[in-house]
Ligand binder design. Sequence first.
Ligand code: ZN
Length: 473
Amino acid sequence: MTTWMNAIRSVALAAAATTAGLGWAQPQTEFERHMEASRLNTGGDPTMVHPWRAFYCNLPDDNNQIVLAERTKNSIRVPLTQIMDDVWYIGTEYVGQYILRNGSGFVMIDGGNNAAEMRNFNLPALQSLGLGTAGPLHSALITHGHGDHDGGAAQIKESTGATIYLGSADAANKAYAPITLDSSVLTPYDISTGGRTVTVLSTPGHTPGATGFVIRALDGGKEVKLFVSGGSSMSASSVPAIANYLDSMERTYALLKDMKVDSASNPHVYWDGSLALIKKIQAEGRKTPSQFIIGNEKLLRAFAIGRECTAAWLAKQDPTTSVPVWRVSSLEFLAASPGPNRIAARLSNGWGPVANQTVTFSLQGSGAACTATTDANGVATCGSRFGPLRPGVDRITASFAGATGTGVVDLGSERSATVDSGCSDLAQARSAVGARKGQDRYAERLDLDNNGLIDIRDISGIARLMVPGTTCR
Ligand SMILES: [Zn+2]
């Protein structure tokens, strides 16, 4: 955040205070506060704006036509595509299934639109991957009891003998007689199926029995975790159902954070950008790490946005509700930091710098830590409190645990970086001279004087922050 932007922001806030109720664009109602938060939490990431926010904020009375438009793509097939070492997607551009394989066989996520789809596409796909007596389909985990997710479950059970799992609150009158996962248990728990551990989270909202799953998968030989959402559109309009959806979003966020889940894998692949990533893999081949992995930080941001969209919808249906606004924070090391001479990071969110909060810097592998309070610009500094740090070797983690204020929750954040002599920042700043805020080459961390421009003053400033006598090659 540049100084001039802060100035504009303060003027705007002051103006809003004096023109309250006169139609000023500042949010006034609970609904507007949450909708604004859903926008400010996108953090300038275009994938957070679309698809994530676009779909989570598709309120049933608002722009639901974007979901209806996607539904027409249920006739466009997506061929079996490998997205991890042991995970494949098959389905349509609207909805599909994830196939997991290990040494003892297969597990499938969701059960398809109908029996013909399972016979014509999924069973041949499983056979092509080695389905047989040595590698049976052990189970299908159904995210919720809507027909586009379990329409082929009876066929799958009949053809393979697989066990079908479904949230208990969706299980009435299901011909495929599922093994039920208790929808009233709101804390996450593990089940074991097909030689793998799956973490189950009951997420009532989209349907009463909606269930999310954390899947352990392998990518480039390393374990990664994927979250399969138990239902996406906030189709409910009853206040208790929306309140359940909100609670489910918050519990999902906590689980994704605790388990450091790496990516999303929504059966509705348009919803979370999965389809775009699948197409990318088809076009350029699967890389290591897989293009499918968006990382925990983005995933948490996406669910915080979804949570704000849900809070907005709740406030719209019941204006008497009041829930705090969630603000996504981020930490960024400043120029020449972490360096032998300087450890400084800025804490900010979509509203601006976050002042007066505690940031802890820790030296990985040593237990040494230092805490500092953010100043008015959101900057926390620990100087060179760790003794001699080795460039290219030592690694520093900055973390903000999160905080609760009046009507707001500032979500925690973390950033790690390897100690650098400052040379790489100096080189970056030199190659970015003339870059302005908003341009690709511009990096806020290099703009020491916050004037929205990388210039000679920033370069000499970075040089001054480095250990005297450092020579850069
Ligand atoms: Zn559904």
